[in-house]
Design a protein around this ligand. Structure first.
Ligand code: CA
Length: 225
């Protein structure tokens, strides 16, 4: 799951960044309006944590820009302002939820999980695909009841495929999703091949064969047969 954290307060930003990365998210940061605007124009995110009061602009304008672009990213507003108008305006503009600072990290995590579940898996707590059963909140994957031990990246890759059933995902899109903006492209393609190979092998070991199809020269997709 790839997040964009838009927050101008350095201490809060680094606390959140560390906590979210520990929670297994790929996180990019934007300390102000302009950087955030550039990122949302260039990249896709599963969810955006959006501070409204930025030194160089208003977070609500970022939300407007996202919606105008038809973005499917979830938006969680994080703001110190408890003015009711801001919350209402944010929700009216299509934000999924909001948190008033200060908040507990456990609450942030719970709301993020709920947003991602709503956005990507129709509110389901678990995902079923052929013989696969996935519990996203526990990051647990089962094939016909047998647990499949995956690394965090293998798991993220599988979840990304499951969130896009029937769609071909290019290796560029996968690299961006798994690595964010921290890895250069040539390295990240090798990295993807390795994780794909391992994920396929682990699924195959449990009897889930040919779930991930290679579309030569294009990318990868989940195979429903
Ligand atoms: Ca702020």
């Amino acid at each position: 799951m790839k997040l964009l954290l838009v927050e101008d307060e350095p201490a809060l930003r680094s606390t959140l960044l560390e906590a979210l990365r520990q929670g297994g998210y790929v996180v990019e940061v934007a300390p102000g309006f302009d950087q955030a605007y550039e990122k949302i124009k260039l990249y896709r995110y599963d969810c955006i944590l959006l501070d409204l009061t930025l030194p160089d602009g208003n977070g609500l304008d970022l939300l407007r820009a996202l919606k105008a672009d038809g973005s499917t990213a979830g938006v969680l507003i994080i703001t110190a302002r408890d003015a009711i108008e801001d919350k209402v305006a944010g929700l009216d503009l299509g934000a999924d939820d909001y948190l008033i600072k200060p908040f507990h990290l456990s609450e942030l995590n719970a709301r993020l999980r709920a947003i991602i579940r709503r956005r990507q898996f129709q509110g389901q707590h678990h995902i079923v695909f052929r013989d696969l059963l996935v519990w996203p909140e526990q990051a647990e994957v089962l094939v016909r009841g047998e647990s499949v031990p995956l690394t965090r990246k293998e798991y993220d890759l599988l979840l990304y495929l499951l969130a896009n059933p029937g769609r071909i995902l290019t290796k560029e899109a996968i690299a961006e999703h798994l690595c964010g903006d921290t890895v250069d492209t040539a390295d990240s393609f090798d990295f993807i091949y390795t994780h794909l190979k391992n994920l396929r092998r682990k699924l195959q070991d449990k009897g889930a064969d040919n779930y991930i199809r290679t579309m030569y020269g294009v990318g990868y997709k989940l195979s429903s047969e």
